[in-house]
Design a protein around this ligand. Structure first.
Ligand SMILES: Nc1nc2c(c(=O)[nH]1)N[C@H]1C(S)=C(S)[C@@H](COP(=O)(O)O)O[C@H]1N2
Ligand SMILES: [Mo]
Length: 537
């Protein structure tokens, strides 16, 4: 007979429906020290579960790590302002911040579940198990889910529930009553919980090692030979002003900003990759990697910018892209006359809505396989992504692309459009001050102000700089590589001591001058002049 049952009988309650038999004996006595131990046991069980879940993921379902699944689900359901806030607070570290946030939240829930499990079993188990069920369901609904996807979340939850229940049951033994603070059960629970945390952490570290060994895409990428381009875009020597601290006109791939919804970078093997063009077309087209690399390749230079880029922000870069014009591929499929949009699909479920016209007009919209002379870095879309001059990334630059669905704006929308962002996203005219850096030490005397300006696929005709309330001074422009790229600019400055505010504004090739009107990035890109206040010594 369990102590609980004996208690129930001796207190005179009978029958399964009797409220005191069902609940009262289950309520453990209040005790701060026992609650603390129970919270610790909850945390131990959760860390062990999470660690073994990560290990399972690394071994059998790389994209279904419980953390990635919960985080991915949160990214997908987050309100648009949430994404905005995350990017403005954490920039390209937004994913790390999300994972840390999830870890803290899960630990708090696990501690609370532990306390509850001691006081009112089985509610602690129900909460941990419930989290597991959510993980399993979300893992099965992700775009890249397969049969093994639920396994990591299932393992994590099962371990957490069983270990948590076993540990906390010990805290309900007769020797663990509040009055007895030295009973063996307490010690067992304390030591076991600590051990669970250590083993869980080791499993998590181990999973990173296992993952490193199975990064399928980077291994394939390392030995891949790219075809030589049939046509290239020259980069004039005068495109680079050679000023210290000024963004280089071509951004090294390692410094190129990364923005996407993928917590675990998709691992796509070129040998199994294919692109399907379908929808409002006369002919469905399927293209394999071998088909793609056999086509004449073009190397272009284009600036890519994120719609979330704030005034003065760094979510922008310029690269040499190698690929095939999307126009030629669409010509094979022959879009029907009623089509006005191409919804590109990534293997991870992300979608972008690109105006059909931007993919069929004269611009170099590419299905790209190379970046700066190498295969695409895995996090920049390996093996194949889109790059469309003139449009923000969220409506055009689909990474790990596998499908072009020819459709209409009236019937389909892209990932960010369904979250409140504009359906079409032409890049706005903008300019940024790079030199001097904010907070830099500037001494009085002759120095230089420099930066970059862009109006993708339109071109920049001039940049003016204003110091304090002085006149606008035209900057010297470097040679633009093309209308699809940003351009460097500079002006000499005879800095006088004191505090100064520097502003810049660009004028586009069509004569439009940047508006001073400040607008937030949502829903279609920020506007306003970049401005820097500094003290000259
Ligand atoms: N598959 C996928 N592709 C994507 C995204 C994404 O979330 N998933 N984000 C887009 C956005 S918002 C931008 S700004 C660019 C960024 O490309 P980069 O990371 O190579 O700089 O990728 C685009 N392509
Ligand atoms: Mo973006």
């Amino acid at each position: 007979m369990t102590p609980a049952f004996r208690l129930a009988v001796s207190s005179g309650c009978h029958g399964a429906r009797s409220p005191c038999a069902a609940y009262a004996p289950n309520v453990a006595p209040a005790s701060r020290s026992l609650d603390l131990l129970a919270a610790g046991a909850g945390v131990g069980a959760a860390v062990l579960g999470a660690g073994l879940g990560e290990l399972t993921a690394a071994a059998v379902a790389p994209s279904a790590s419980p953390f990635a699944v919960i985080g991915g689900g949160m990214i997908d359901i987050a309100p648009p302002w949430g994404k905005d806030l995350a990017i403005s607070w954490f920039g390209t570290n937004d994913k790390a911040a999300l994972l840390v946030g999830i870890a803290i939240l899960l630990l708090a829930i696990a501690a609370a579940a532990g306390v509850l499990e001691r006081r009112r079993p089985p509610w602690g188990r129900v909460i941990l198990g419930g989290l597991g069920v959510v993980g399993v369901i979300v893992s099965m609904t992700r775009a890249d889910a397969d049969v093994l996807s639920p396994a990591p979340s299932f393992v994590a939850a099962a371990v957490a529930v069983v270990v948590g229940a076993l540990l906390i049951a010990r805290l309900r033994r007769p020797d663990a009553v509040p009055e007895n603070t030295t009973g063996p059960s307490r010690r067992t629970v304390l030591v076991s919980s600590g051990l669970a945390v250590v083993v869980g952490a080791l499993a998590a570290v181990g999973s990173a090692a296992v993952r490193g060994g199975t990064q399928a895409a980077s291994a394939v990428r390392a030995v891949l030979r790219l075809p030589t381009p049939a046509t290239t875009t020259p980069v004039p020597a005068t495109a680079e002003l050679g000023i210290d601290g000024l963004s280089p006109v071509i951004t090294p791939s390692a410094d190129f900003y990364r923005i996407d919804t993928a917590l675990v970078v998709p691992q796509v093997d070129p040998s199994t990759w294919s692109l399907r063009i379908h929808g409002l077309v006369e002919e469905d087209v399927v293209l394999t990697w071998d088909d793609l690399v056999a086509l004449p390749q073009r190397e272009t230079v284009a600036t890519l910018v994120c719609v979330s880029n704030e005034v003065g922000g760094d979510l922008i870069g310029t690269a040499r892209w190698l690929g095939v014009p999307i126009r030629d591929l669409l010509a094979r499929a022959k879009p029907t006359a009623d089509a006005d949009m191409v919804l590109s699909h990534s293997i991870d479920g992300f979608t972008a809505s690109t105006p059909l016209e931007a993919l069929t007009d004269e611009r170099d919209a590419l299905l790209a396989i190379g970046m700066n002379g190498e295969a695409l870095p895995v996090e920049h879309g390996f093996p194949v992504r889109m790059v469309v001059p003139g449009l923000y990334g969220y409506v055009s630059a689909t990474k790990w692309v596998t499908e072009l669905e020819v459709t209409r704006y009236a019937v389909a929308e892209g990932y960010w459009t369904s979250r409140g962002w504009s359906a079409r996203g032409p890049v706005k005219l903008a300019s940024r001050i790079d030199v001097p850096r904010a907070g830099a030490r500037v001494t009085a005397g002759s120095t230089v102000i420099a930066g970059v300006a862009w109006h993708n696929h339109v071109g920049v005709s001039g940049v003016d700089v204003q110091i304090d309330d002085g006149p606008w001074t035209p900057a010297k422009l470097a040679t633009a590589i093309s209308a699809d790229t940003w351009v460097q600019w500079s002006v000499p400055w005879d800095a006088t001591s004191g505090t100064h505010t520097i502003r810049c504004r660009a004028t586009s090739a069509t004569g439009e001058t940047q508006t001073p009107q400040r607008a937030a990035p949502a829903p279609d890109g920020a506007t306003g002049w970049d401005e820097l206040t500094l003290t000259v010594a």
